[in-house]
Design a protein around this ligand. Structure first.
Ligand code: PEP
Ligand code: MG
Length: 589
C-alpha cells in the first residue's frame, strides 16, 4: 500500500474501550519489527554485516549486564534466568551459527539471526523435556534483544512515555497496557487483539479509548501523525481532513457530556422500573481502581483479578506483600464484600520472569487453577495472604478455570493446608470465608450441580465461557466476529448455570464483560440473574438501563429469545423491543 502521508485513512478495528481521543501518534514497536532479506553483494559487505551483528550482540550483552547488576540479589530463580541469558548471547548455536549463516548464505545480519533463532527454537521444542523446551523461550528472548539493536528499534518502556500521545503498537500485552500512565497517554491502538481480551479490559479500567485488531495500523502510521481514535465504534482515522477533525471534536464533546450525565446518576440504586433491586459490583485489577469503582456506584468488588500484581513484578510476591495489598483493599471497601480471585496466570497473561513454559495452545494449557495446583507453594502463599486479610473485612474466595470436580476438591485440600500453616504460625486470620468457582469452561456448566456441592457461589465468566464454547481465541481479531455473547449456545449455558445454582441453593453472580453491555441486560435480568460485576466504567450505563427496565417485560422477552436461532436474530429482537431505553450508540448500526 502506498499512501501519501497527508491523505486521510480510515481503518476499522475492534472496540477495545469506548470514547474518542484526538492526538499525535507514538509508535511502540512491540513484536512488530519489520525485517527484510538483503543480499550483500561483495565480501566487504558480508564482513560489514558480521561486524554489525557482533556490535549488536555486544551492546545487547552490556545492557543486559547492567540490568543484572541493578537487580536485587535475592531474586533466586529469576536471577538465574537472566544469567542464563548472559551466556546465550555468545552461545555457539546462536552467535556462531548466525555469523556462519551471514557468510555462507550471503544475507544480511537480521535475516540470518531470524533464520537461526527459528531453527534453534524448533530443535528445542521437539525435545521431550520441559526444561529444554523452556530454553527455546530463552533463545527467542535473547535473539529478540539482539534484533532490536540490529534494526535500531528502541525497546520503549510504556511506563516511560512522557508526552500526551496515542500509542500505536503491533500488540500490547495486558501487562504492557497496565503500565500506561494515564496523565500521559490519551488512548492506544493495536494491530492485534480481540474483543474482551485482557488488554481491552485494562483499557476500560484505565478509561482511555482504544481500538484493537486493526491489522495494519503500524505500517500506515508514522510518529507524530494526527490520529482520531473512536473506541466506541472501533475506528482509527489517520491524518484526518479538516471536516472529519471538526466532526470528531464535536462528537468527543457530546460523548463526554453523555458520560458525565450517566456518572452524575451513578450513586442511584440499581432498581428496575418495577422495583426489583439488583447488585452491581466492580471488576478490578489493581487496588488503585477502588476509588473509581466507588465513584461509579459499585456496591462491592465482584472480581479482583489478582494476577496483575504478579505480572508487574520480576518475581513472585511474598505473603506479606500480598497481605498488604489485600488488607488495603478490604479495608477500603468495608463493609462491602471483595471477591478475591486466585492467580489466573498464563494463557494471555504471561510474564517470562514467572513462567518459562512454552505451550502450543496457552489458553488450553497450564493456566489459572491448573498452574496453582502444579505450584502448590505459590498457591499456599496466596491463600494464606487472603485468609489473613479476611480477618480485616468481608472477603470471598474465587477459583478460576475449574473444569472438573477433582480440581475443587484438591483446592480445598490445599486451603486446609494453608489454614494449618497459619494456625501453626499463630497468625491472625479467618479461614471461614465463602468459596466460589468461576463458571467459564463449558464442562463446568455441564457439571454445575456437582460443583455446587463443594462451593458457596458461582461466578459466570463469560469472557472465557464464550472463548471456550465458540472455540475462538478472545485476543484474535481474525475471529472476533464469532465472539457472540448473544449466541443461543451461550444463553443456554447461562440458563443452565442459573438453574443449577437455584436448585442447589448457591449464590450466582456474572462477572464477564457480557454483564457490562446494556444490550445484554434485558436477557440476563429476564432470566433471573440479580448480581453482576463489571468493569467500573460500565456501571453507570448499565445502571441507567436497569432503572428503565421492566422485569416482567424482560421475562417475556427471554421466552421469545430462547426460541431464536442465532445471535443476529437475538440482537435485532432486543434492539427492536428496547430501542427506547438502549443508551447512546447501541442502536446506531
Ligand atoms: C471471564 O473469563 O469472564 C473473566 C471474568 O475472567 P478473565 O476475563 O480475567 O479471564
Ligand atoms: Mg476468565
Amino acid at each position: 500500500m502506498n499512501i501519501s502521508k497527508s491523505e486521510q485513512i480510515i481503518i476499522k478495528g475492534i472496540s477495545g474501550s469506548p470514547g474518542i481521543c484526538i492526538g499525535k501518534a507514538y509508535i511502540v514497536d512491540k513484536e512488530g519489527v519489520n525485517i527484510t532479506k538483503r543480499y550483500p553483494v561483495s565480501d566487504v559487505q558480508v564482513s560489514k554485516e558480521i561486524d554489525r551483528f557482533k556490535q549488536a550482540v555486544s551492546k545487547a550483552k552490556n545492557d543486559h549486564a547492567k540490568v543484572i547488576n541493578s537487580l536485587d540479589k535475592d531474586l533466586g530463580e529469576n536471577l538465574n534466568i537472566l544469567e542464563t541469558h548472559m551466556v546465550l548471547f555468545k552461545d555457539k548455536m546462536l552467535y556462531g551459527k548466525t555469523i556462519e549463516t551471514i557468510s555462507n548464505d550471503k544475507i544480511n545480519a537480521e535475516w540470518a539471526l531470524r533464520k537461526v533463532s527459528r531453527k534453534v527454537k524448533a530443535i528445542f521444542q521437539q525435545i521431550d523435556d520441559i526444561y529444554l523446551q523452556a530454553r527455546a523461550n530463552d533463545i527467542v528472548q535473547v535473539s529478540d534483544k539482539i534484533m532490536s539493536y540490529l534494526v535500531g528499534a528502541q525497546d520503549i518502556k510504556i511506563s516511560d512515555i512522557n508526552k500526551r500521545v496515542i500509542i500505536v503498537a503491533h500488540d500490547l500485552s495486558p501487562a504492557d497496557a497496565s503500565q500506561i500512565q494515564l496523565e500521559r497517554v490519551k488512548g492506544f491502538v493495536t494491530d492485534r487483539g480481540g474483543k474482551d481480551s485482557h488488554t481491552s479490559i485494562i483499557a476500560k479500567a484505565l478509561r482511555i479509548p482504544s481500538v484493537l485488531g486493526l491489522g495494519f495500523a503500524m505500517i500506515s502510521v508514522e510518529n507524530d501523525d494526527i490520529l482520531i481514535v473512536d473506541g466506541s465504534s472501533g475506528t482509527l482515522i489517520i491524518n484526518p481532513d479538516e471536516d472529519t477533525l471538526f466532526e470528531y471534536e464535536e462528537r468527543m464533546v457530546r460523548f463526554e457530556e453523555y458520560r458525565a450525565g450517566l456518572e452524575r446518576e451513578s450513586h442511584l440504586p440499581a432498581i428496575t422500573k418495577d422495583g426489583i433491586s439488583l447488585n452491581l459490583m466492580a471488576n478490578i485489577e489493581l487496588v488503585e481502581e477502588v476509588v473509581a469503582a466507588k465513584d461509579y456506584g459499585a456496591v462491592g468488588i465482584g472480581l479482583f483479578r489478582t494476577e496483575f500484581l504478579y505480572l508487574d513484578l520480576k518475581r513472585f510476591p511474598t505473603e506479606d506483600e500480598l497481605l498488604c495489598k489485600y488488607k488495603e483493599l478490604v479495608e477500603l471497601m468495608n463493609p462491602q464484600s471483595v471477591t478475591i480471585r486466585t492467580l489466573d496466570i498464563n494463557g494471555d497473561k504471561v510474564n517470562p520472569y514467572l513462567t518459562t513454559i512454552e505451550e502450543a495452545n496457552p489458553a488450553l494449557g497450564l493456566r489459572a487453577v491448573r498452574f496453582c495446583l502444579e505450584n502448590e507453594d505459590i498457591f499456599i502463599t496466596q491463600l494464606k495472604a487472603i485468609f489473613r486479610a479476611a480477618a480485616f473485612g468481608n472477603i470471598k474466595l474465587l477459583i478460576p478455570m475449574i473444569s472438573c470436580v477433582e480440581e475443587i476438591i484438591q483446592v480445598k485440600q490445599i486451603m486446609n493446608k494453608a489454614i494449618l500453616e497459619l494456625e501453626h504460625e499463630d497468625k491472625i486470620f479467618n479461614g471461614d470465608i465463602p468459596l466460589g468457582v468461576m463458571i467459564e469452561v463449558p464442562s463446568a456448566v455441564m457439571i454445575a450441580e456437582h460443583l455446587a456441592d463443594h462451593v458457596d457461589f458461582f461466578s459466570i465468566g463469560t469472557n472465557d465461557l464464550i472463548q471456550y464454547s465458540m472455540a475462538i481465541d478472545r485476543s484474535n481479531s481474525q475471529v472476533a466476529h464469532l465472539y457472540q455473547a448473544l449466541n443461543p449456545a451461550i444463553l443456554k449455558m447461562i440458563k443452565m448455570t442459573y438453574d443449577a445454582a437455584k436448585k442447589k441453593g448457591v449464590d450466582l453472580v456474572m462477572c464477564g464483560e457480557m454483564a457490562g453491555d446494556p444490550m445484554n441486560i434485558p436477557v440476563l435480568v429476564g432470566m433471573g440473574l440479580t448480581d453482576f460485576s463489571m468493569n467500573s466504567i460500565s456501571i453507570p450505563v448499565v445502571k441507567r438501563m436497569i432503572r428503565d427496565l421492566d422485569t416482567k417485560k424482560a421475562r417475556k422477552s427471554v421466552e421469545k429469545i430462547m426460541t431464536l436461532k442465532c445471535s443476529q436474530e437475538i440482537s435485532d429482537f432486543i434492539i427492536e423491543e428496547y430501542r427506547d431505553i438502549l443508551p447512546f450508540g447501541e442502536t446506531d448500526e
